[in-house]
Design a protein around this ligand. Structure first.
Ligand code: NDP
Length: 486
């Protein structure tokens, strides 16, 4: 691994914390694990702490672990830097009047890295908490063990689960207004939901669209008063109450109408529309925890141990939306990440971890934690399109992306990893949707290839267009997908 665990004793606070940890309510785990340090030292590929997820909670935890001299390994997961990268401006982060979500996350990431945290572009796909040190596996096939784990996997936007939703996903139905708003210039769109996310979508869409309508299923919006006031200030924004979308209809691969049910009048109308944006809440990302000894409540959130960030399993901690069905604020997630790091640090000290132990672990660490990738070349010119894509032999992948598109950012590690793995077999190029407008127009008008959502992945074989994908794929999914065309 090549990094050493330089544990700097910030003696007093840490010892205090270790003492507090011992005094905190006993973690009532259903599994009786033996936390014997000597056993851990006999094994290979063991790290003191792994953080699963890189949103505000994961990165804040990494910052605090790293500052305590504990090497923190953060597995970035499918959305590097988390959901905040999907918002525009944040006005309620203390100390900042107005800051872009993506910029804020980038700053926290850099700060954590400056203290030695390592951010790995891979996703933890399996955990085994029935043994200690805990065993983990990633999508890329990395296998290692961790003395402590901080789960910061966040939450995923919900879908409505109605006819037409999946069929027209990325073709007019989306959860990302910041990505797709420019595609709806002069059009009419609706937003399902009445919370802060829905209000935020109005701010993202109103500057582009002819009209945006929030369809709220109850008589009142859940969004905060300040957000509601801003919504009503847009002349092209409207809010309709007691309205639910029950179906999405399309023609020639794009959304043209929705069915809207009025739950007061008990009537349904077919309404012509160009786009449907979903902002109806989130589900906790708990897939890897199902069947593990980390306890989940009936809604799928992690059950926590009192006012700590410890789960009911000793050595496993959690922070952010995976364990928060109530507050769901980035700043709260960040604070919980800090608490989780302090709890994890005191746990490690309580079992006897120190600088020397860190160095012993380091010597027996052989798993490759560095990212293997090939940078994706950008194309924008007519000549490049003709020679590298339309006139090329073999498989060529074109990745259409946008500057403010978090889903596009999410795809980058997958594309770079696949470009590396399939180098010599597949060529991957990126095309900026706005600055390379020439390519977009030529494909649209001359080849009838219409890009209406970002990211859009186009597959060409021997110069011929094969198909387009508009969903976001993990490395493994993308690799399998591209291999199909070889
Ligand atoms: P919320 O859970 O707050 O709101 C979800 C909205 O979707 C509600 O209006 C809800 O209606 C509606 N809804 C849920 N299910 C359905 C359905 N099946 N059909 C139709 N409507 C449905 O989620 P948000 O994502 O808006 O916010 C999550 C958290 O993040 C909140 O704590 C929020 O404050 C925070 N946030 C803060 C922001 C900021 O401060 N800038 C920006 C974005 C989010 P109902 O009320 O009837 O349940």
């Amino acid at each position: 691994m090549g990094q050493s665990f330089k544990v700097f004793f910030i003696a007093l606070p840490i010892l205090c914390l270790a003492a507090c940890f011992k005094q905190s309510p006993e973690t009532k785990s259903k599994v009786e694990l033996q936390y014997v340090l000597e056993q851990a030292l006999k094994q290979e590929n063991v790290v003191p702490v792994v953080i699963i997820g890189s949103g505000p909670s994961g990165l804040s935890a990494a910052l605090y672990m790293a500052r305590a001299g504990m090497k923190a390994f953060v597995f970035a997961g499918p959305i590097p830097c988390g959901q905040l990268t999907q918002t525009t401006y944040i006005e309620n982060w203390p100390g900042h009047d107005r800051v872009l979500g993506s910029e804020l996350m980038d700053d926290i990431k850099k700060q954590a890295e400056s203290f030695g945290a390592a951010i790995i572009h891979d996703t933890v796909s399996k955990v085994d908490f029935s043994q200690w040190p805990f065993a983990l596996e990633t999508e890329d096939g990395r296998r290692f063990k961790a003395m402590s784990v901080i789960v910061a996997t966040g939450a995923t936007p919900r879908g409505l689960n109605i006819p037409g939703e999946r069929e027209f996903w990325g073709k007019g139905v989306t959860t990302c207004a910041v990505c797709d708003a420019p595609f709806f210039k002069g059009k009419e769109v609706v937003i399902a939901g009445g919370g802060d996310s829905a209000a935020e979508m109005v701010f993202q869409l109103a500057p582009y669209v002819k009209k945006v309508t929030m369809l709220v299923r109850k008589e009142a919006m859940r969004a905060g008063v300040a957000m509601q006031k801003k919504v009503f200030a847009y002349p092209n924004a409207a809010v309709e109450f007691n309205k639910e979308i029950t179906a999405v209809h399309g023609e020639s691969g794009e959304v043209v109408a929705i069915d809207v049910y009025d739950n007061l009048l008990k009537t349904t109308e077919r309404r012509p529309i160009d786009g449907v944006f979903l902002a109806i809440g989130h589900d906790p990302n708990n897939k890897i925890l199902k069947g593990s000894s980390v306890e989940l409540d009936e809604s799928g959130y992690i059950v926590m141990n009192g006012r700590t960030q410890s789960t009911m399993l000793k050595g496993v901690f959690a922070a952010g939306e995976i364990q928060d069905p109530v507050y769901k604020q980035a700043i709260v997630a960040s604070g919980e990440g800090v608490k989780a790091a302090l709890d994890a640090t005191s746990f490690l000290y309580s079992i006897g971890f120190n600088a020397e132990i860190g160095e012993q672990l380091d010597k027996k660490f052989f798993e490759n934690f560095s990212d293997e990738k090939t940078e994706i070349q950008e194309i924008s010119e007519k000549k490049e399109l003709n020679e590298l894509v339309l006139g090329a032999k073999g498989v060529v992948v074109l990745d259409f992306y946008g500057s403010n598109c978090p889903m596009c950012v999410r795809m980058v590690p997958s594309l770079e990893a696949v470009a590396h793995k399939l180098s010599g077999q597949v060529k991957i190029y990126k095309v900026h949707h706005t600055t390379s407008n020439y390519i977009v127009r030529v494909l649209w008008y001359k080849h009838d290839i219409k890009i209406k959502s970002l990211p859009s992945l186009l597959i060409f074989k021997d110069g011929k267009f094969i198909e387009m994908r508009t969903d976001c794929m993990s490395k493994v999914e993308l690799l399998e997908y591209v291999k199909k065309f070889l």
